[in-house]
Write a protein that binds this ligand. Structure first.
Ligand code: UDX
Length: 438
């Protein structure tokens, strides 16, 4: 059993803390947001993540996990301190590091014994060295410490499974002893461990996310070519995916990527490249191709309706940026609903969990609590988030409720042939459908 402090109980910090506690460590998780801590102490989670509430409850009960707002309490006896605070996108796509700085200073001020400071937040290359300088200068008296980069690769919606069965763990530090101690913490996960220097570890995180984002933009570009020539992008992806050098993952064409990581990480990497006088052409295009997807929706829906959107009611199936989460950060639904409303449409929406988070972000959208109620009287539906429950909808019922049976399937969840047979005017992305682009 090791004693660990985790700074930040957002999505990354809370999952990391709860999972390390579950592995038998003693974890004290800290946040400066007193309300969040108060809620966590009552068992109320700040985010929706499948399995998290149960995991937290179990480990709190076992005495391995607790929450505090006090650095002094969180650091008492701790050998490791994870920094897992937000690094929002700042000006020009650069990452905003103010919360990392506050965390590093606070750790320095309150540490009373040697400490390994581990950066989990996604931070620009060179931040680890900067954190080390901050800790050193903010310490009231010198105490040994090391800074290690240990980037997270968790996906929202499957974060616990991703933590417990990672593809790899990356540990970067110039201090070999500290890196080995952090590697020991990860041994129970039985995954490959890549030990490298700080800057390389920081780069691995950006490189991985940018590559995955590029893969999605690539398949989205190919989707247009498929559609123009009557090929099916879903089958193209399957055919490509069997090649182990390519892999099937992240080849789902659709409305593109959003969320808390890909948008800011791709921008931040491009920004870093530009700062050094480089021209990141691929990264720039990866971003452009992605946002074209959502920009295109109103035009396509308009075409399906055979005229303009004025006075039409469009229903959105899903609001969250992806399934199994209530996260609305850079969710395509926000841009799509804004554009539809600007074109004169009324927008109604349904999402199984993101309703409350979404409501303040889209006051002009009528968010209802039942999918069939949403469909009632709509001129067209747009599939925005591929929630499982949408895949098994009673489509006959949906059809009978719609004013006109029009579906723009932005996530390719339905079978084009079946939709056609059922009498829908149906448009998929990159697949032959009875109302494709061609
Ligand atoms: C991502 C990374 O996967 C994770 O390793 C990192 O730590 C954080 O960023 P996340 O943002 O939670 O995780 O979601 P992910 O499942 O990776 O999906 C990202 C976006 O890409 C979503 O908007 C999703 O809808 C979209 N996507 C994903 C596609 O459009 N097509 C695909 O084939 C896969």
């Amino acid at each position: 059993m090791k004693q660990i402090c985790v700074v930040g109980v957002g999505y990354v910090g809370l999952v990391t803390g709860a999972c390390f506690a579950d592995l038998g460590n003693r974890v004290i998780a800290l946040d400066v947001d007193a309300k969040r801590i108060e809620n966590l102490n009552k068992g109320i989670m700040p985010i929706y993540e499948p399995g998290l509430e149960e995991l937290v409850r179990r480990n709190v009960k076992a005495g391995r996990l607790s929450f505090t707002t006090s650095y002094a309490d969180a650091l008492k006896g701790a050998e490791f301190a994870f920094i897992a605070v937000g690094t929002p996108e700042g000006v020009d796509g650069a990452a905003d590091l103010q919360y990392v700085e506050v965390a590093a200073r606070s750790l320095a001020k309150h540490m009373t014994a040697p400490l390994i400071v581990i950066n989990k937040s996604t931070v620009p290359i060179g931040t680890g060295d900067w954190v080390a300088d901050i800790v050193k200068s903010a310490q009231p008296k010198p105490i040994d410490f090391a800074v290690v980069s240990c980037p997270e690769f968790l996906r929202e919606g499957s974060a616990i499974a991703d933590f417990m069965a990672p593809h790899r763990n990356v540990i970067g530090s110039l201090d070999k002893d500290a890196a080995n101690k952090v590697a020991q913490l990860h041994l129970p996960l039985r995954a490959p461990i890549v030990i490298t220097d700080l800057r390389t570890a920081e780069m691995i995180k950006y490189a991985s996310n940018a590559f995955l984002a590029a893969k999605i933009s690539f398949i989205n570009e190919l989707a247009d070519v498929c559609e123009a020539y009557g090929a099916d992008v879903k089958e193209v992806a399957a055919g490509m995916g069997y090649d182990a050098r390519i892999g099937r993952h992240f080849l789902d064409a659709g409305l593109g990527w959003g969320g808390s990581c890909f948008p800011k990480d791709v921008q931040a990497l491009a920004f870093m490249a530009k700062q050094k006088g480089l021209n990141p052409r691929i990264l720039n295009d990866v971003v452009d191709v992605n946002y074209d997807r959502r920009r295109d929706v109103p035009t396509q829906v308009e075409k399906l309706l055979g005229g303009n959107l004025k006075g039409k009611t469009v229903g959105m199936l899903g609001l969250a940026f992806k399934e199994n989460t209530d996260d609305m950060r850079d969710a395509p639904s926000v841009d799509i609903s804004n554009a539809l409303i600007a074109a004169g449409a009324k927008v109604r929406a349904y999402d199984p969990v993101a309703r409350e988070v979404a409501a303040p972000m889209m006051p002009a959208v009528e968010i209802v609590s039942d999918v069939y109620e949403m469909a009632k009287g709509c001129d067209a539906l747009v599939v925005v988030t591929p929630w499982n429950e949408f895949k098994q909808l009673d489509l006959e019922k949906v059809k009978s409720l719609l004013k006109t049976p029009v579906i723009y399937d932005g996530r390719n969840i339905y079978d084009p042939a079946r939709m056609s047979e059922m009498g829908f005017t149906y448009r998929a992305i990159g697949r032959p459908s009875n109302n494709g682009r061609a």
